[in-house]
Design a protein around this ligand. Sequence first.
Ligand code: XIL
Length: 319
Amino acid sequence: NASLGKNAEETGHYLGASVRWDPLTENEKYESLLVEEFSSVTVENEMKMDAAHPAPEEYNFQKADEIVQAAEQNNMKVRGHPLVWGEALPEWVYETVVDEQSARKVLKDHVQTMAGHYRERVNEWDVVNEAWNDDGSYRETIWLEHIGPEYIPLAFEWAREAAPEAKLYYNDYGNEMTNEKTEAMFAALKRWKDEGVPIDGIGMQTHIDAADPRFSKEKMQKNLRRWGAEGFETAVTELDVKLQNLDASREERLEKQADIYADVTSACMEEPSCKGLTVWGVGDTESWVTEQEAASGEPLLFDSSWKAKPAYERIKRTF
Ligand code: XIL
């Protein structure tokens, strides 16, 4: 009985989806589709600092634990997301983190408690998320402000200590192809890796606007190859293809979406560095694009009534 996840696994890749606690516990169709069609799970929001670490001395693992448990019961891989990010921070961080010493203390405790709690259960962590701006400068976050760029290699070292078996990823958007941001990232991460910082992989979020002409399979492949040549593995970590800006009939939009999904999938399949893909949600109703931008974005593989879209058939054939 073929499914996307099974087809992917047969080629040595995984195909994952990001998962939210609410629909997982409320909607049987959501869980059955997830388990049937995917072989990996990324916890979409429940491991973010505001959700998992609501007060300085208080962690709340319950929802994330339940998602991880569902994945384990179905032999799915688990991606943890993210240990360090400038967003989704609880209010208390802005009161507690006031200088370098307090920043290091809070960040180390957070990274090691999260990574330690999920030791041997989370196979792969997005250790640092979105640390660069599009122009290649460091993104201004509370961590950069008080620690400087060193917060990045420190986070990887702390994560390795707490979860020695987990694959450790740097994750970002707009780094699917070469540009100023990718160049800055490449120079810094390569330098740190050469110095012995435990950075295993690079996650390309791959949030694509179908109306944006810049996407090219060849360029993406070239970029995946370049990271591979430096000893990094790669993954597509948050794939979705939004349609609301495309000036075409709905049918044509869905075809264009299928083309892009197939291109991203085969780019990953054809580059040995690329270990798998994760789509950012199961069905269009639960997508952040639907919530934050437009219902006509329809960015995922299943529609709002859980019906498979043309992109589903196309990537099934691609694997
Ligand atoms: C998004 C979630 O999908 C939303 O549900 C939430 O409200 C905001 O965050 N890059 C990331 C993800 O690394 O964590 C973001 O997820 C999407 C952009």
